[in-house]
Design a protein around this ligand. Structure first.
Ligand code: THU
Length: 132
C-alpha cells in the first residue's frame, strides 16, 4: 500500500494518546511533500475544551519544524470503523495543507481514502481574506 509508512506512524502515535477523560485514543500522521512524516496523538485536558485532536497535533508539529507542503494524512483509532477528522481539524488541515489525501484506517486495518475537499466542500481559506 502506497501509504503504509504513514499508516504505521499514525498507529504508533495512537499509543501515545493522552485521553484519560474520553478513553478514545486517536493517532495521526501527516506526510510532508519532501517525504518526512510527522505524527500526533490526541492530548486531553481536565478543562475539556483545551483538548487537541491527533490531526492538529501532527500538522502543528510539522509546521513548527518548517514544513509547508503536504500530500496526505492518515488517521486511526481503536474503533473498527474508520474515523474521519472532526470539523475543526478539517478546517485547520485545509487551511494549512490544502486538498490532501485523507487515509482513514480502522482498527482491523480497513481503509477509506478521500480528498479533504470531499470532507470540507466550499472551504473558507486565506484567499478570501484579501477579497474586499
Ligand atoms: N479526536 C481526535 O483526536 N481526532 C478526531 O478527529 C476526533 C476526535 C479526539 C478528541 C478527544 O480527545 C477524543 O478524540 C474524543 O472526542
Amino acid at each position: 500500500m502506497k501509504y503504509k509508512r504513514l499508516i504505521d506512524s499514525a498507529k504508533k502515535a495512537k499509543g501515545h494518546s493522552y485521553s484519560p477523560h474520553s478513553k478514545f485514543r486517536v493517532g495521526a500522521a501527516i506526510l510532508s511533500k519532501n517525504g518526512k512524516i510527522f505524527s500526533g496523538c490526541n492530548i486531553e485536558n481536565s478543562s475539556y475544551s483545551l483538548t487537541i485532536c491527533a490531526e492538529r497535533t501532527a500538522i502543528f508539529k510539522a509546521i513548527s519544524e518548517g514544513h509547508k507542503k503536504f500530500s496526505a494524512i492518515a488517521i486511526t483509532s481503536d474503533l473498527k470503523e474508520e474515523i474521519p477528522p472532526c470539523g475543526a481539524c478539517r478546517q485547520v488541515l485545509f487551511d494549512l495543507a490544502g486538498n490532501i489525501d485523507v487515509i482513514m484506517v480502522g482498527s482491523k486495518n480497513s481503509i477509506k481514502t478521500c480528498k479533504l475537499e470531499e470532507l470540507l466542500p466550499i472551504p473558507f481559506d486565506s484567499s478570501m481574506l484579501n477579497n474586499k
